[in-house]
Write a protein that binds this ligand. Structure first.
Ligand code: SF4
Ligand code: SF4
Length: 496
């Protein structure tokens, strides 16, 4: 057992209100410089929708992430041969049309306009050329289903849905959407790290944050192509790539990252997970159907004496272990199993997990009260407005079992709380639902509390920074740069 610690995250999608405060907080701090105009380290997408850059989930187009070939893991886009062949132009890289041409408004016109019968307007001007532009795309072009029949139909997650399921999603009187905030997942098997020929990307020993050394970056842009989530960006002004740093200067001073701190919906949770790095390669090669279970199996019980002993042997500080024991992420991911990794089939082993959102409740009112539309207690989930098959594409590698489990448990929690607060559901029905959802009243209460009544300190359990331990863990700072992912024990095959 090779125990490492990772600062991990959960985003509870049912709580996101799509206000974009997180994106603005991040932009104001980190990407308000020349060359970063188009970058959104944190962005919020509307689903169904094509996202930012457009259709980023389509790996036929972008060729990001890993694939298993002849029993071995290899990067899809940036093998050695491809790097040379694509040295002047990598066809897998997103271009400005895929992101969007950033723009601002000519605010001065509001002041300088001559007096007249009309209100003056500030026209959009390109932040690249400085000329007037006709805005045709943006980082959340599908916002609140704006233009959905045209844009959202291109959502790659709709592939494989039956015509009836598509109809279910887009029927005008039943239109439904949810928000999908995204940052770098600070993956355990980061394709960006493995792809960089200069060794500029690395995963910090003490907390697993994936960083990009600006001095080492040689503008290969292999990280941009390799990251299947498209969460590294190229700065055209400095000629270096950049990415989310999980606000590590804030974390080191016991503050939550800016997007977490500012989140209006309080959807974000942050905490330590202990994991077994020896398992990374095996897990990343697991077949799609078993990937989520496999990923979960490498997350270790922070209360297990053997895990604690192995963690201490690896130089993990006592206070980090204590933080892991209080981690809200551990509860959501491992104990309750209601938070799932996004697109785990890309095999980077993301360490940001999502609690999938419930569809609007479908019920009808009768003279006797409010009735479910079916006798089956979990009917809403099976025939929800957002088809399970769609959520399974996002959070289940195409398999709906784990998503169904998470939604059933959430629904049981709702019913349990309804019994407690409204009292129009009987104890027997609730007990039956809790059993069917593999949960108990105690667990339902705990899920409810951490979802709805959580304080700042419940949501963010930040371990004290231990830079001195980090140096001990990484005697040679380049030690892990030469690995395919962090925790791989064999040397890499990359560069020339
Ligand atoms: S591969 Fe993972 S760690 Fe690397 S930039 Fe993409 S999301 Fe972040
Ligand atoms: S600030 Fe929070 S609630 Fe608002 S869009 Fe971002 S993640 Fe959602």
């Amino acid at each position: 057992m090779d125990v490492r610690s990772q600062i991990s995250m959960v985003f509870h999608l049912d709580k996101c209100i799509g206000c974009h405060t997180c994106s603005i907080a991040c932009k104001n701090i980190w990407t308000d410089r020349k060359g970063t105009e188009y970058m959104w380290w944190n962005n919020v997408e509307t689903k169904p929708g094509t996202g930012y850059p457009t259709k980023w989930e389509d790996q036929e187009k972008y060729r990001g992430g890993w694939e298993v070939k002849n029993g071995a893991l290899s990067l899809k886009s940036t093998g050695r041969g491809q790097l040379i062949a694509n040295i002047f132009h990598n066809p897998s890289l997103p271009g400005m049309d895929d992101y969007y041409e950033p723009w601002t408004y000519k605010y001065q016109d509001l002041f300088d306009a001559p007096e007249g019968p009309d209100q003056p307007t500030a026209l959009p001007i390109s932040m690249v050329t400085g000329k007037y532009i006709d805005v045709e795309a943006g980082p959340n072009w599908d916002d609140d289903l704006g233009g959905s029949p045209i844009y959202a139909e291109n959502d790659p997650n709709l592939d494989g849905l039956t015509p009836e399921q598509r109809q279910q999603l887009f029927a005008i009187e039943r239109l439904v959407f949810f928000y999908f905030p995204r940052i770098c997942n600070h993956c355990l098997n980061p394709a960006c790290v493995a792809a960089c020929p200069s060794g500029a990307l690395y995963k910090r020993g003490e907390d697993g944050i994936v960083l990009l050394d600006q001095k080492r970056c040689r503008a290969w842009r292999s990280c941009v192509a390799a990251c299947p989530y498209k969460k590294t960006y190229f700065n055209w002004n400095t000629g270096k790539s950049e990415k989310c740093i999980l606000c590590y200067p804030r974390l080191e001073t016991d503050q939550a990252p800016a997007c977490f701190h500012s989140c209006v919906g309080r959807i974000r949770y942050l905490g330590v997970l202990l994991y077994d790095a020896e398992m990374i390669e095996t897990i990343a090669k697991t077949d799609d159907a078993n990937l989520i279970d496999a990923h979960r199996s490498m997350i270790l019980d922070p209360f297990n004496p053997k895990v604690i002993e192995a963690a201490k042997k690896n130089g993990i500080h006592e206070s980090t272990i204590q933080a892991a024991q209080k981690s809200p992420v551990y509860q959501f991911v491992k104990v309750w199993k209601i938070a799932l990794p996004p697109h785990i089939e890309f095999r980077t082993l993301p360490m940001l997990f999502y609690v999938p959102s419930m569809s609007p409740v479908m019920a009808s009112r009768t003279e006797d009260g409010i009735l479910n539309s079916s006798d089956d207690l979990f009917h809403d989930i099976e025939s929800s407005r957002v088809p399970l098959a769609y959520l399974a594409k996002l959070f289940g590698a195409g398999h709906d079992g784990k998503v169904r489990y998470a939604l059933r448990k959430q629904k049981a929690v709702r019913m349990y709380r309804r019994m407690v607060t409204v009292g129009d559901i009987d104890q027997e029905t609730v007990d039956h639902m809790l059993r069917e959802a593999d949960t108990t009243a105690e667990e339902a209460e705990a899920i409810y509390r951490l979802t709805s009544l959580c304080t700042f300190n419940d949501r963010f359990v930040i371990p004290p920074a231990h830079r001195e331990v980090a140096i001990e863990m990484m005697k040679d700072p380049c030690e892990h740069k030469s690995s395919v992912g962090f925790g791989f024990l064999s040397p890499p095959k990359r560069g020339f």
